[in-house]
Design a protein around this ligand. Structure first.
Ligand SMILES: O=C(O)CCC(=O)C(=O)O
Ligand SMILES: [Fe+2]
Length: 195
């Protein structure tokens, strides 16, 4: 029988392009991750923004909030001690000093992020992005833009780290798909360098 645990077991596609991605489960221990998940959910002033698709406005299917060096982008909040702590853990692995982080809150299986790449010009053409996940394990799917049949999936675990290396955004897209299985809350942080 399928195990219906809170945080499903680890697993990832074979042959993951490690020159583009580095995945570290258990990057932050379970107890610290539990506390951070709770604090981030309760203390973040989450917003649901709107997005335009085919000339119609839709509510983004998740909640978000930006933090970082506040003079850079409008609406960005100043760093909190928790975010500075997580930033200090990811920076040595990414070999980058990040100046912003996007928080995504997936409340349940209906929340998602559609296929996209993070290639805004404010991050340069080859951005390196460090991603930390807390809570519900969700599948992080990636596919080659030129050949959608080339695709992989990583189960991003509670307290895990994922480094999206230079080149990933250029040639690959990623998403967190909706799920028909019941899903507990998940918070994801993507540390970025906005130039
Ligand atoms: O939730 C995730 O793991 C990914 C989020 C993401 O792709 C983004 O915020 O650009
Ligand atoms: Fe993304």
């Amino acid at each position: 029988m399928e195990q219906l645990s809170f945080f499903a077991e680890a697993g990832q596609s074979r042959g993951l392009p490690t020159e583009l991605l580095k995945y570290l489960p258990g990057f932050i221990d379970a107890q610290t991750s539990d506390a951070l998940l709770k604090k981030l959910i309760s203390d973040t002033p989450w917003k649901q923004s709107t997005q335009k698709l085919w000339d119609k406005m839709y509510l983004t299917p998740r909640l978000t909030c930006w933090y970082g060096e506040t003079e850079r982008t409008a609406g960005t909040l100043p760093w909190t001690p928790e975010l500075l702590y997580i930033k200090s853990l990811v920076e040595p692995l990414a070999a980058i000093k990040f100046n912003s982080v996007l928080l995504n809150y997936y409340r349940d299986g209906n929340d998602s992020v559609a296929w996209h790449s993070d290639k805004e010009s404010i991050m340069g053409s080859q951005p390196v992005i460090a991603s930390v996940s807390f809570g519900q394990v969700r599948n992080f799917d990636i596919r080659n833009k030129a050949n959608h049949k080339e695709h992989y999936s990583i189960k991003l675990e509670h307290g895990s780290f994922l480094l999206m290396k230079a080149g990933l955004q250029e040639n690959w897209e990623h998403r967190i798909a909706k799920s028909v299985k019941p899903m507990k809350p998940r918070v994801n942080l993507t540390f970025r360098l906005i130039i």
